[in-house]
Ligand binder design. Sequence first.
Ligand SMILES: [Zn+2]
Length: 252
Amino acid sequence: MAKVKEFSVEEKLVAVLTLQKIDSKIDEIKTLQGELPMEVKDLEDEIEGLQTRVTNINAEIDSINTFVGQKTDAKKEAQDLIKKYEKQQENVKNSREFEAINKELEMQELEVKLNDKHIKDAGYELKERTAAKDNTLAKIKEVNERLTEKRAELEKIIGETDKEEQMLIQRSADAKEKVDPRLLTAYERIRTSYHNGLAVVPIMRDSCGGCFNIIPPQRQSEIRQHKKIIVCEHCGRVLVDVELNDKVKLGK
Ligand SMILES: [Zn+2]
């Protein structure tokens, strides 16, 4: 065993606190990367939804155009009939026949008017649908721009933090070796049992920096003395005083 020297409580605390700070930094990087892929995914989903909307609008536009085609044909048919009836009227034998053809004529004229109205209404609808489509396409363009930005940001962060993360992982391994084995076991157990990965916390406003329960003054002064390792009686985290916490800096 190379380590003959017995470490003081303060040295043990500094070692475990250093490890905590390195590991928290690694957690921070992971969180940072963790949110960006989600944002990218959200934007991708949004674009997919907008594209579905465009597809639906296109189908509506197609069906309106088909409708207009049908009504134009019907109008043409009525107009042809009108021409035919007008010709027939020139050769009528009596007024009864004339009246009968006249009725047919009136009916076809009405048919023309009705088809005109349908075509006109469909024109308004077509205009409205086309505007909706243009809006959606503009929105897709806008979201796409944001997506491109976010993707670039993500790639940059992954590129940048990858090196930093690797370096911190190495530093964490080095720092681990300096931590008292029993303390390290406790540290790893506590760290994995809490979502925020905090196993060593400073006293903050007379409370535990992990669970925020009040720490009595007597206990606070014991913590400041560094005579023994003190854990929070509520959450089990190792407690350090603010001075010691501020002393331990990660640096580069
Ligand atoms: Zn606590």
